[in-house]
Design a protein around this ligand. Structure first.
Ligand code: GAL
Length: 681
């Protein structure tokens, strides 16, 4: 495990570079990421490449015993290119051009931009092939950032028509699969299929879903242009891409099929503000461990390899609504927590607070004057601790700690996310928050979680939790049925089995193809605003039931009722049912569970599956196990006394974990206890 940093030598006088690089090495940094967004420096005039400045920086990085990670600069095409080829720009759904002036102002489907991409990436790859200090590449930067994954330009229109032809073969099939008789939407040819541009009324949900799939596929295809060129130039390089937190528009699993490992960009105090209506003081200071953990586990699971945090928040940041200073030590806590979930490298963004441009209110490891800021000290502490913990993957031996083990699969599908987003049916429906509720209930019991597609092979998992299997077909029902039959414990959440893969309602009662497996059908559903009375009772205990309720009807000889609604329109109806199938069971949850109900239901599934767990952990405290070591991460403002077995060795810290601190021991999670603060606020 190692620490890295994102460095922009082009922002500083060339004479400064050696002092910077020397200081990085002193901090224990092993990887330096460079070249991102630097196209106007790489090619100031069309066809005139200038790579010497970057090569000098790479040489220096090598001389100081570190490795360079280079980036393709395609997220920021220079002005001359835009002026010469305005057709590369994206269009909004209402036709407005997304102009030059920020970044990500290019369309994935522009033939011109694909040609220009080949030119610049090819030239860079050729220049740095076989350079001993270049370890690998990051393609582009954060595909889709700033709402740019979906474009509605004419190039996208032609590419979409081609995509539809390839998917459906003939237009009659498309009309049938979508159901276009509604509102006179039948198409006579693929040439009539446009992107879903601005309209007075809603678009057809099947057309929207396919457009979202097409946009994701377009980015995947565009990324592949880059990965191929890089690998052709030097097949010793790794190739990765830096994804974003809880990013919904791009299918990360698809992109990852072309990568060696996934990376993602972690800004904990920003992400938590995007997901929570109420942000606690501790969350403003250090983020939320499950909000972070879900991304770590998703991006690790996407390739099954250790991942990288390519950009780690270094201090205060410029883009969320509020920019509080992180807690003292938080930047080290985040690095350790990422490592615990399977990160091999945590690379801080950025080296030094920038004096110019759009991100002057964004900290670096160094302050504006080039002197160390808090992040620098945290980063070097993390680097020293990673070395102590051992098993680091350094440039020479290529060894890393094993990827964390997971007993439970959390099923996540971008298609479901897109389809649910098209028809949320309540302003309170947030796909990620729903997933995170279940994830938190698993992690509160210290269970290792892989975040995989519903179609993944589940045979290695004791239990699987599927917050929503919205688009379901017979193949999925069969695969999940065999899993349960063979002893798997499956929890399926509300709004499952509603639609077919083309986003049309099944003509059988919900959950359609899953009805036999869950042993029940849905009689009715409703969204539940705060002012409607609604609750659920499990074993005599009442929980709030909000957002979405489905009332269930168990089949004869089907499922047993686990919970019933209490009050409101669904009073007395079944809310949660369980169906024994073969060696296992499927639990169907007809409501969006709050924290407490999720804790109860998930706890039940874990107990039934015989998964080794801890008692529910204190709020803000999480354990993660990797390579036989257990990390105790404290994201709360209170100290955490740990009761560990005699003889436990502490590799980092000890059995008194301070606020926003972390400790690492060789004791197993289930052998640790946490005094008297379970689930305190
Ligand atoms: C990321 C982006 C970086 C930088 C950073 C600021 O989303 O990749 O280039 O803008 O945010 O926090």
């Amino acid at each position: 495990m190692n620490v890295g940093v994102c460095y922009f030598p082009e922002h500083w006088p060339a004479e400064r570079a050696e002092a910077d690089v020397e200081r990085m090495a002193e901090a224990g940094i092993e990887y330096v990421r460079m070249g991102e967004f630097a196209w106007s420096r790489f090619e100031p005039e069309p066809g005139e490449f200038e790579f010497d400045w970057l090569e000098r920086a790479v040489d220096l990085v090598g001389e100081y015993g570190m490795q360079a990670v280079l980036c393709t600069p395609t997220a920021a095409p220079p002005k001359w290119l835009v002026d010469e080829h305005p057709d590369i720009l994206q269009a909004e759904a209402d036709g407005t051009t997304r102009q030059y002036g920020g970044r990500r102002h290019y369309c994935f489907n522009s033939p011109t931009y694909r040609r220009e991409t080949r030119r610049i990436v090819g030239a860079l790859a050729e220049r740095f092939a076989d350079h001993p200090a270049v370890a690998g590449w990051q393609t582009d930067n954060e595909y889709g950032c700033h709402g740019t994954l979906r474009c509605y330009c004419d190039d996208c229109a032609s590419a979409f028509r081609g995509w539809l032809r390839e998917t459906y073969g003939d237009v009659e099939t498309l009309n049938g699969r979508w159901g276009t008789a509604f509102w006179s939407q039948e198409l006579n040819s693929f040439a009539q299929a446009d992107p879903p541009r601005h309209t007075a009324a809603d678009h057809h949900p099947s057309r929207l879903l396919d457009y979202y799939r097409f946009c994701s596929d377009s980015a995947v295809e565009y990324n592949r242009i880059q990965t191929r060129l890089l690998r052709e130039a030097d097949d010793d390089w790794f190739v990765t891409h830096n994804f974003m937190s809880h990013y919904g528009e791009l299918d990360a699993y698809d992109v990852c099929a072309d990568l060696d490992f996934a990376s993602w960009d972690s800004y904990p105090t920003g992400h938590v503000q995007e997901r929570r209506e109420h942000v606690s003081e501790a969350e403003y200071r250090a983020g939320n461990p499950d909000n972070l953990g879900l991304d770590h586990d998703l991006y690790r699971s996407a390739t099954g390899e250790p991942f990288w945090v390519m950009e780690q928040q270094p201090g205060d940041i410029n883009w969320p609504p509020y920019s509080p200073q992180p807690a003292a030590g938080a930047m080290r806590l985040w690095a350790q927590y990422a490592a615990a979930h399977g990160a091999d490298v945590v690379s801080y963004f950025r080296w030094r607070r920038c004096l110019t441009g759009q991100e002057q209110y964004h900290a670096g490891l160094l302050e504006r004057d080039g002197e160390p800021d808090a992040g620098y000290h945290d980063a070097s502490d993390a680097a020293a601790e990673f070395d102590d913990i051992g098993g680091e993957r350094d440039a020479d031996d290529g060894e890393s700690l094993a990827v964390p083990d997971a007993d439970v699969a959390l099923l996540h599908s971008y298609d479901d996310l897109w389809a649910l987003g098209i028809e949320p049916m309540t302003p309170d429906f947030d796909y990620w928050l729903h997933v995170e509720t279940y994830y938190a209930a698993l992690r509160e019991r210290s269970v290792g979680v892989d975040v995989v597609r519903p179609t993944a092979d589940l045979s290695g998992y004791d239990a699987a939790v599927a917050p929503s299997l919205y688009l379901a077909d017979d193949d999925l029902a069969d695969a999940l049925g065999s899993y349960v039959e063979g002893g798997g414990e499956l929890l399926v959440g509300m709004r499952s089995g509603v639609k077919d893969p083309y986003n049309k309602l099944h003509d059988a009662p919900q959950p359609g193809p899953l009805a036999t497996l869950v042993g029940a059908t849905v009689d009715d559903h409703e969204s539940v605003p705060d002012s409607l009375e609604s609750g659920v009772v499990v074993d005599g205990e009442r929980f709030d039931a909000r957002v979405w309720n489905e009332w269930l009807s168990p089949a004869d000889d089907g499922a047993e009722v686990v919970a019933r609604y209490d009050g409101g329109r669904a009073d007395g109806e079944a809310a949660v049912v369980r169906n024994a199938v073969g060696e296992g069971a499927a639990t169907y949850v007809g409501t969006w569970p709050g924290e407490e109900l999720a804790r109860t239901l998930v706890g039940d599934v874990l107990d039934r599956a015989g998964v080794e767990t801890t008692d529910p952990l204190p709020a803000g405290v999480r354990l993660a196990n990797r390579g036989g070591l257990t990390w105790v991460a404290n994201f709360s403002a209170d100290p955490v006394p740990v009761d560990a077995p005699d003889g436990a060795t502490w590799h980092v810290g000890d059995d008194a974990v301070d606020p926003y601190d972390v400790a690492v021991t060789d004791a197993a999670p289930s052998s640790l206890a946490f005094g008297d603060r379970p689930n305190d606020a």
